[in-house]
Design a protein around this ligand. Structure first.
Ligand SMILES: Nc1nc2c(ncn2[C@@H]2O[C@H](COP(=O)(O)OP(=O)(O)O)[C@@H](O)[C@H]2O)c(=O)[nH]1
Ligand SMILES: [Mg+2]
Length: 250
């Protein structure tokens, strides 16, 4: 595969879905880009009322490695993620990363995750930044939040029959061919359950998955779009995914 050839460095697209992240975006993009010239950033913004997309526009005008997908219809974390990945696949990136804009996913792990993804002796198609393996932690949040995360994870692992330790992590590095193998363009989740949908599809498509421990940090600036209604809808979507899987309609 071309990626393992020493003559060519993999082209990396870090896709960041954003909604009201004006307080985080500049610092985040700077931290990603400092990892090297092969790193590009795609901000996928759903016309944030706080003007995050204007900041992204500025950053893109100042640096050719920054791109903006400014969306005004079909809003939602899932729709944005799918559009961002398809944008990257169409432009021939070798590695596509997804991460939150809120610094919960520290950018310093990017090279570690990508190195694992491209390791020639143990190929995988997907690397998760994970709280559930050695080196991973989630100590920054209250005990109740952490308990919910642990229980939700257990539920998803059991219902979908997944072996990974952190099914909810939205910090992921994909090989382009793995995203193609799961048919990313046909994914249907409009909201945050895209994270579980893609993981389930990766398992079903026998995409190799590795987990790298990350120190998960709670959001310091801006606010989460997650609420109880979205959370509960996500649990129902997990059941729906399993049903579609069992009945061969996925
Ligand atoms: N484009 C887009 N991004 C979103 C939307 N909702 C959330 N995000 C982004 O998706 C990432 C995860 O959302 P976040 O609010 O941090 O959820 P949490 O980590 O589960 O609390 C962040 O970078 C958000 O800005 C949306 O509707 N559209
Ligand atoms: Mg977050």
């Amino acid at each position: 595969m071309a990626l393992s050839s020493p003559s060519r460095t993999a082209r990396v697209l870090v896709m960041v879905p954003t909604y009201n992240e004006s307080q985080n975006l500049r610092d985040l993009v700077a931290e990603i880009l400092r990892h090297g010239p092969e790193y590009h950033v795609l901000v996928v913004d759903d016309h944030s009322p706080d003007g995050t997309w204007k900041i992204a526009q500025e950053l893109a005008a100042a640096d050719a490695r920054v791109h903006l997908l400014h969306r005004e219809t079909d809003k939602g974390r899932g729709n944005a993620g799918r559009a961002g990945f398809c944008w990257g696949l169409e432009r021939g990136y070798d590695v596509l990363v997804e991460m939150d804009a809120d610094f919960s996913h520290p950018p310093r792990y990017l090279p570690v995750m990508i190195e694992r993804l491209l390791r020639a002796d143990a190929p995988v198609g997907l690397v998760l930044g994970s709280r559930g393996v050695s080196g991973g932690s989630d100590v920054d949040r209250g005990a109740l939040r952490r308990l919910i995360t642990v229980l939700a994870n257990l539920y998803i692992r059991i219902v979908l029959g997944l072996a990974v330790r952190d099914c909810n992590s939205g910090f992921r590095a994909w090989r382009a061919d793995a995203l193609r193998a799961i048919g990313i363009e046909h994914s249907f989740s409009s909201g945050p359950s895209i994270v579980q949908e893609l993981l389930y599809k990766a398992a079903r498509a026998k995409v190799g998955v590795a987990e790298i421990g990350i120190e998960f940090i709670d959001r310091k600036r801006g606010s989460s779009t997650l609420n109880m209604r979205i959370l509960l809808r996500g649990y129902v979507t997990v059941l729906k995914l399993r049903w579609l899987g069992i009945t061969g309609r996925l």
